[in-house]
Design a binder for this molecule. Structure first.
Ligand SMILES: [Zn+2]
Length: 288
């Protein structure tokens, strides 16, 4: 579902007339409006005694903002629904809005001239999509693709930049997040060079199990191959081995992790490294 932006704001979503299997994309904004900031304000007013504001879920950075910063930002926030396959950003295009995922998960994907792709980072409720704006960039160096459908909080790039000048708290939180993300991206480079497809697939499945709350999730083998920068045949073979060992079930794109500890033993060290980075980030974000 796409949206049309007008001077009055985001209008009702307009359903695109095209094949549902096609990737949804839009140069400016993406996502179906879910709630407005006003509903969140109503929620806030019921939590007046709380030292920090919990948005209701969900995104760790936003829920770690001090009350005054959050109240200032709230009218500008919009909760949107992101659907698997949505293209949030195209590479090297101007970023019009940043997204704070709640249960949606977005991957940053680098595409080479020969159409080969590889995932360079995965962003869920711990982070923000569009970190390049925070780093004084105007465009995204990579594509950003929704991997797990869910909600995210959207903030226009203009309002985001204004907030950075108005409040120090968001800057501090995003600095901590950028450090963690950089460490994870650096590790992913080593992972793609030195670890086997099966190790990397196990790490990736555990990561998405965590993002999906431990439940099953939808993922095509072609998507996994694109994310891991591997041939589809290699992913099929690795997934078959994991399934034969009763570590996962896989049926028509629906994946369930059956044995997390067992899958952890098949994974490379990168899963534990990433988990440690985000655990440390969680602690850092909660510091006053
Ligand atoms: Zn690895």
């Amino acid at each position: 579902m796409l949206q049309v932006q007008t001077s009055a704001g985001f209008t009702a979503p307009r359903k695109p007339a095209r094949n549902a299997s096609q990737r949804r994309e839009h140069p400016d904004v993406v996502g179906t409006r879910w709630h407005t900031g006003r509903k969140a304000i109503a929620k806030l007013s019921k939590r007046r005694g709380a030292p920090r504001i919990d948005l209701g879920a969900e995104n760790v950075i936003l829920s770690s903002l001090p009350r005054d910063d959050y109240k200032r930002l709230l009218p500008k926030l919009e909760r949107v629904k992101l659907t698997r396959g949505d293209l949030v950003y195209r590479a090297h295009r101007k970023i019009e809005a940043v997204y704070f995922p709640e249960d949606a998960v977005v991957t940053m994907v680098d595409a080479l001239n020969d159409q080969r792709t590889v995932e360079v980072g995965t962003i869920g409720r711990e982070g923000m999509v569009g970190i390049n704006i925070f780093l004084a960039g105007a465009a995204s160096p990579d594509q950003a693709i929704v991997q797990l459908s869910g909600t995210a909080i959207r903030l226009s790039a203009q309002d985001f930049r204004h907030e950075l000048t108005a409040g120090a708290a968001l800057q501090r939180l995003l600095l901590a997040y950028a450090r963690a993300l950089l460490a994870v991206i650096s590790q992913s480079v080593a992972c793609s060079q030195h670890h086997t497809i099966q190790q990397r697939l196990a790490r990736w499945l555990l990561t998405f199990r965590d993002y999906s709350g431990g439940g099953e999730f939808m993922m095509l083998q072609s998507s996994m191959a694109a994310m891991l920068g591997a041939r589809r045949e290699g992913i099929t073979e690795a997934a078959h081995k994991l399934q034969t060992a009763s570590l996962i079930s896989y049926c028509r794109g629906r994946i369930r992790v059956l044995d997390g500890p067992g899958l952890g033993r098949r994974s490379c060290e990168c899963y534990r490294f990433i988990a440690r980075q985000y655990a440390a980030l969680n602690l850092a974000l909660k510091l006053p």
